[in-house]
Design a protein around this ligand. Structure first.
Ligand SMILES: [Zn+2]
Length: 488
């Protein structure tokens, strides 16, 4: 174990010095699987100066301040990484992608941060030396030179494994991150939330904990001369000073810190359950379920400032959340839909009964901004945030979409009334006469074209007798009727 640690340490230092040549001052941010911790992370972290000084950070931890940020939507695109021969099973499936987009929205929506599934590609990225054992900056370099990225999205990569850790972000404040396939596929893992938070300039709560100059001291009393929570560590005043956790420090059943260690100024740590549960903690997988208010405000302030000028390009509209990620709307009301429009999971949706005016029919869903339709609160479909039957999240005919979210941009106004009553045109058909006047095989079949089949006098013009009439419709459906024409 000691040997491994030493090796990793020397590798890290090389890595840091190599990366310092990059203009975007990238440094790889490593994560660890809970049981295979490595010391890479904090060594790399401590190589960067204190992140607390930018003036656009208020250092606030006030929920009211947080509530003042308007909704913002980020596109995200998921990339699986394959070996060169492409013969390995993809590192994720569509189901995994949907599970992760739901995770992101379920957590971040409370901060009015939304994610739109722009797409995924689990076959194009082929590079054996990126499939296992690479760092995120290597993965990104290869992506850039091969076009395996989406310039309008946060790009999230899923190799089989990284050189180190279960997830990595391309530095604090970036549009690139990833997790290894196992974290991506595991419903209970929260690594993606942690990495995306790094993209929004959030640090580990233990940031600089072992650095005597930049460490965060234990005291929370801002009048105490030792107080430095607003300028040191992770810069969030509502996360405690915490060390890198070791096995046994945290009781993973109760999510309590049970060790008795001293912080950098000699005070014993005062670590709450909320710190153990913080997504940016260490060695506490199974407990992670929250960011602090201060962290969330920091994300929003980083997003608002966008100091690297790269977030604007990867945001999109609220309207995009009301568009399916795949599938097609039917053209005719009676048409069975084999490829229905599907919506990303992670939101609570109400599909309310709606009606469009005759002058502006909604044979296609009404545009997002057109709310001239009428609706009632009769629900044709209700989907919860944690719905995992993904094929059930569709848009029923004669309904509009309401997303249940406290912000007035979402609720209660439903959008995109789809109210299709169109019947498909008849394109032809057959008239079959039963020559014996009973249903048997002695028949005369006459093919008819669309003009003949649409003729209102089709039946009137028939001679007396027993007939079967088949009307073929453009959507492939067939209307079939039997007619007994009496003598006039
Ligand atoms: Zn991290």
């Amino acid at each position: 174990m000691l040997k491994t640690t030493t090796l990793l340490r020397s590798f890290t230092l090389v890595l840091v010095s190599t990366l310092s040549f990059f203009s975007f001052s990238a440094f790889a941010q490593q994560e660890s699987e809970d049981d295979i911790w490595d010391e890479m992370d904090c060594i790399v972290d401590e190589a960067v100066p204190s992140p607390c000084e930018e003036t656009y950070y208020s250092d606030s931890a006030d929920p009211e301040h947080l509530a003042g940020f308007d909704p913002i939507v980020f596109n995200i695109f998921f990339w699986g990484i394959n070996e060169d021969d492409g013969l390995n099973p993809p590192t994720f499936t569509e189901e995994h992608v949907l599970m992760n987009i739901a995770k992101l929205n379920i957590e971040f929506n409370q901060y009015n941060i939304f994610f739109k599934l722009k797409g995924w590609d689990n076959t194009s990225y082929r590079a054996t030396n990126r499939y296992t054992g690479a760092m995120i900056n290597n993965i990104w370099d290869t992506a850039l030179s091969n076009g395996w990225y989406d310039s309008e999205s946060l790009n999230f990569y899923v190799p089989y494994s990284f050189a180190i850790g279960s997830g990595q972000a391309l530095g604090h404040g970036s549009i690139v991150s990833g997790t290894h396939h196992w974290s991506f596929q595991a419903p209970e893992r929260t690594t993606i939330l942690h990495e995306i938070a790094h993209n929004f300039d959030i640090y580990h709560t233990r940031h600089n904990y072992s650095n005597p100059v930049t460490c965060e001291r234990v005291t929370r009393d801002s009048a105490d001369p030792n107080y430095n929570a607003d300028t040191n560590g992770d810069c969030s005043i509502d996360t405690a000073a915490v060390p890198e956790m070791q096995v046994g420090d945290v009781n993973l059943e109760t999510c309590q810190y049970e060790a008795n260690e001293q912080g950098c100024d000699g005070d014993f740590y005062i670590i709450f359950e909320s710190d153990v549960r913080n997504y940016m903690g260490s060695r506490s997988a199974g407990c992670y379920d929250q960011f602090s208010v201060g962290q969330a405000i920091r994300m929003r302030e980083y997003i608002a400032e966008d100091p690297n000028n790269e977030l604007d390009a990867v945001t999109t509209t609220l309207a995009s959340l009301y568009e399916p990620y795949k599938g097609e709307y039917i053209e005719y009301a009676s048409q069975p839909n084999t490829d229905p429009p599907l919506f990303q999971p992670g939101f609570e949706y109400y599909f309310w009964d709606c009606e469009c005016k005759e002058q502006t029919p909604c044979n296609d869903p009404a545009p997002y901004d057109d709310t001239s339709f009428t609706y009632t609160n009769t629900q044709l479909l209700h989907i919860l945030k944690d719905e995992t039957n993904y094929s059930s999240i569709t848009h029923p005919n004669h309904s509009a979409i309401a997303i249940k979210h406290p912000h007035e941009d979402f609720w209660p106004q439903p959008r995109r009334c789809f109210d299709n009553w169109q019947t498909p045109p008849i394109i032809g058909g057959t008239v079959t006469k039963f020559n014996d006047g009973i249903f048997n095989t002695n028949v005369t079949i006459t093919e008819k074209d669309s003009l003949q089949m649409n003729n209102a006098n089709l039946i009137n013009d028939l001679d007396s007798g027993l007939y079967n009439i088949k009307k073929n419709k453009v959507d492939g459906s067939v209307d079939e009727t039997n007619v007994l024409k009496e003598n006039n």
